[in-house]
Structures are given as structure tokens and as C-alpha cells.
Design a binder for this molecule. Structure first.
Ligand code: DLL
Length: 431
């Protein structure tokens, strides 16, 4: 089902004309209202009245995650605070989160693009929807919640975690659609199978999966375990949250970017030049309609292709391929964005720890798992190391909200490479 047929199947020439008009208005708006953008445009030698259409996009400066951090928490907001009715946040590269805001109109747009996403995935009004994305500062839970209500679904706002309860609700409330991370979907499937649940006795037929990278192999594996469609949803807090793009269940071949609200580009991460359709580049989004925190050419750090070919579902909006990796070292652990620099910052806060640590990423079952090893400044006994480890673990939890396996080792015991340097990040996921 197509939620907004007129918009989602609009001929590309019309769509691009709408984008061009909105881009011109957006540039003028941020120039007037956000000192950061006034300076960025002045520095780039671009006057807002020169931006007349989509062809002028390339002249606009990029925005980066560090710009949000430098203007923490609300410095990039383009409206007075009394018009901001909600804030959300995700992890930043340091201890401080990346903060975003929404006006009433922004919440409305967000509900719309999430309703489009749910419909593209196969949800229909009247269905029951188990929403297992986290509710809170994370955008996943509330974003999908409003979208589901907009589409006319019955929402079960269960939030993330507590697998036993998720499995109970799937059997008792009989949801047709469930949204969670792909790794969690695998866990849910395995638990249902282990409990001997007959798929014919439950209604679950659609998984809407995102917030972390996944592969076609994972899709095959999920769809082999249960008679479901597993469909990709993509988004990031800075752009709106979930609902930046979504696959259609008809093709399951790339996620349609809701281009009347978001311009998508793929650029060479080194040069910043746009790469041709079909080639891998860093995804860059411009928010055309958002009021509270509109962003020009935001560098996501996510690497993927973009193509504008017509889709069998009838939608004309561009599709992005799967996220193939990042241009930075961001990890996603249980849906939480983790930068190694955050862990380093947390450990540096414990004075008995030496600045020598390594972060080891492995797979435990379906999930990525983080372990941290850090050296103590002074040798002590086992009890001493354990106490220090508990403190280090708390320090990391305070910054990331994640429990990691923490080991404190005696001084000078972690392996160093040739130049005496520790390799800080050891990725054993594919080992
Ligand atoms: O993860 C928003 C979201 C919630 C998307 C629920 C989908 C479903 P952030 O916490 O800001 O927002 O993290 C955004 O997560 O830049 C990607 O690196 C990654 N990501 C999100 N969706 C996908 C996906 C939410 N489908 C960051 N595939 C993004 C791969 C994804 N990576």
C-alpha cells in the first residue's frame, strides 16, 4: 500500500521542481535564523538569493556531526525554544549527545514519513503493531509510534528488550507487524522457535528492521525462520529519526528516500564531489521542510549507493542501497551509536587507569558485543583490579548507557604493535 500516492509516485521532474523551491526557501531561512549557517554561507561566498533550484545544491556548504557538537545543545535550532515541543538525542563523538528538536509541524512530518514507511513495509490500517524500538531520547520508539497511529494501526508500545515479554505479547496480542533492530529480530525468531510456537498460530508477518547495519543474508535467515517479510527502515536523529527512507515490500531492493522532505546525495568522502548514481559514496541529506533544526548537506558518515530508477512498486522516489560501512569509526551496539573516543573519554576520567586500553568487538549470538581492556597505572591484587574495573564500567555506562565487559590488567600488559602503539579497536566480528 502507498500511504501518500500523489507524493510518492510524483513524476521526478515535478518532484525535483518541488525540491528546488524548498531548497531556495530553506537556504534563506537558515541564513536568517541560524548564526552558524550565516557564517558558513558567507565563508563559502554564497548569498542565499543565488540558490534558485536543485542545481545550486552543490554550492552549499556541508554540515557535520562536529558542528552539532560545537553548537551543543540547541545552538543550531532555527526557531525560539517555545516552539520546540520535543527534543531527542543520540550519542555524539564525545560524552555529549547529539541533540535535535522538533516543532509541532516537524512532529507532523515525522509521523507522515513513518506512516509511509510502515505502509511501504506492508502494514495496513487496522493491523496490530508491536513497537520494540526503545522509547526515550532515542528516536526509534516515539518516531514509529506516531507513524503507526497516523496510519491507523493499534500500537503496542512495548519498547526494547525483555524478550520473554515480547514473545508472550506476540502470542497473546497477535501483532501483524513488529519493528526492532535486525539482530533483535533474529533473537525473537529463535525464541519463538525454541518455544515451539507454530507460525500459523501467530499473526506476525512483517518485520521493519533498522537502526543498525544488516545484510541480505540476515534477511534470508529471518525469512527462513518465520513466514515474514523483513523490510529495511533507515534514518538518523539529525535528519528526523526513523523514516528517512524505507524499502517497499514489493521490491525489497533499496530504501525509498522521502525526497519531498529530504534531498539525498552520495559524495566522495575525500573530495566531497557527488558520485554517479550506483556508485558507493557517503550519504548526505538536506532537510527541506524541517523547522526546528534544518540541516544543509549533512554528512551522515554512512556509505551506500543511490539510484533513481523507477521501482516496480510505482514509487518514483530515489532508492539508497544497504549501508555498507561508515567513513568514521562509529560502532552500533544494540542500536546505540558508540564512538571509541567516548570510551576513551570515560576511561580518562578514572585517574588510576593508564591511557592504554583496547576495545574488542565480537559477535555474541546475533549481537555485536563490546569488551574493554585497560591497564592500571599501578600494580595491585585481583580484588584491586576488580574494583577498578567496576568503576571503569560505571564511567562508561554513565556516558554511553551501555554495560560493557571491562577488564583491568596490570601495567604494560596489553599487546603493543611494532611502534609500541596499542591498536585501540580490535574488530573480531568476522573472525
Ligand atoms: O537509529 C534512527 C532509527 C531508528 C532508524 C529506528 C531506523 C529505525 P540514530 O540513533 O541517530 O538514529 O543512528 C543513526 O544508525 O547514521 C546509521 O549509521 C545507522 N542506521 C540506522 N538505520 C540503519 C539501517 C536511528 N537501516 C545511524 N541500516 C545511522 C544500517 C542504519 N544502518
Amino acid at each position: 500500500m502507498i500511504y501518500d500516492e500523489a507524493i510518492e509516485t510524483m513524476p521526478r521532474s515535478e518532484l525535483e521542481a518541488v525540491q528546488g523551491e524548498r531548497l531556495a526557501a530553506l537556504t534563506a531561512r537558515v541564513y536568517d535564523r541560524v548564526p552558524f549557517y550565516k557564517k558558513a554561507l558567507d565563508d563559502a561566498g554564497v548569498s542565499p538569493d543565488e540558490i534558485k533550484g536543485l542545481d545550486d545544491l552543490k554550492r552549499l556548504p556541508f554540515t557535520r556531526k562536529r558542528d552539532l557538537r560545537d553548537n551543543y545543545p540547541f545552538g543550531l535550532f532555527a526557531v525560539p525554544m517555545d516552539q520546540v515541543i520535543r527534543v531527542h538525542a543520540s550519542s555524539g563523538t564525545t560524552g555529549k549527545p547529539t541533540v535535535v528538536g522538533y516543532t509541532r509541524a516537524d512532529i507532523d512530518i515525522w509521523a507522515d514519513v513513518c506512516a509511509r514507511s510502515l505502509a511501504a513495509s506492508g502494514a495496513e490500517p487496522g493491523m496490530m503493531f508491536q513497537n520494540a524500538y526503545g522509547y526515550g531520547l532515542f528516536t526509534g520508539g516515539l518516531g514509529m509510534h506516531y507513524g503507526a497511529e497516523r496510519l491507523g494501526l493499534t500500537v503496542i508500545p512495548v519498547s526494547g528488550g525483555n524478550t520473554a515479554r515480547q514473545v508472550m505479547l506476540i502470542q497473546d496480542f497477535m501483532p501483524h507487524v513488529m519493528a526492532c533492530t535486525p539482530s533483535y529480530a533474529l533473537t525473537i525468531c529463535d525464541r519463538l522457535i525454541a518455544a515451539g510456537v507454530d507460525p500459523e498460530n501467530i499473526n506476525l508477518r512483517t518485520f521493519i528492521l533498522g537502526a543498525e547495519p544488516w545484510t541480505d543474508e540476515m534477511r534470508k535467515s529471518i525469512e527462513a525462520k518465520l513466514p515474514v517479510n523483513a523490510v529495511n527502515i533507515y534514518g538518523l536523529s539529525e535528519i528526523i529519526g526513523p523514516g528517512v527512507s524505507n524499502e517497499c515490500v514489493e521490491a525489497k531492493d533499496g530504501s525509498h528516500v522521502f525526497e519531498d522532505h529530504f534531498i539525498v546525495e552520495a559524495v566522495d568522502p575525500e573530495t566531497g564531489e557527488q558520485v554517479p548514481d550506483g556508485e558507493v559514496g557517503e550519504l548526505v541529506f538536506t532537510t527541506l521542510t524541517k523547522e526546528a533544526i534544518p540541516l544543509l548537506r549533512y554528512r551522515t558518515g554512512d556509505r551506500a549507493t543511490v539510484n533513481r530508477e523507477r521501482c516496480i512498486c510505482g514509487r518514483t522516489h530515489a532508492r539508497m542501497g544497504r549501508i555498507l560501512g561508515r567513513t568514521d569509526d562509529m560502532l552500533i551496539i544494540r542500536g546505540v551509536n558508540v564512538f571509541p573516543s567516548q570510551i576513551e573519554a570515560a576511561l580518562l576520567g578514572v585517574s588510576e587507569l593508564a591511557p592504554h586500553h583496547r576495545i574488542i568487538v565480537t559477535k555474541k549470538g546475533n549481537h555485536d558485543h563490546l569488551a574493554v581492556e585497560v591497564e592500571a597505572v599501578q600494580a595491585t591484587d585481583d580484588a584491586g583490579y576488580n574494583t577498578l574495573a567496576a568503576r571503569a564500567k560505571t564511567a562508561v555506562h554513565e556516558i554511553l548507557g551501555l554495560n560493557v565487559d571491562m577488564t583491568v590488567t596490570p601495567p604494560n600488559t596489553l599487546p603493543r604493535s611494532e611502534g609500541g602503539k596499542l591498536s585501540r579497536l580490535v574488530d573480531r566480528r568476522n573472525a
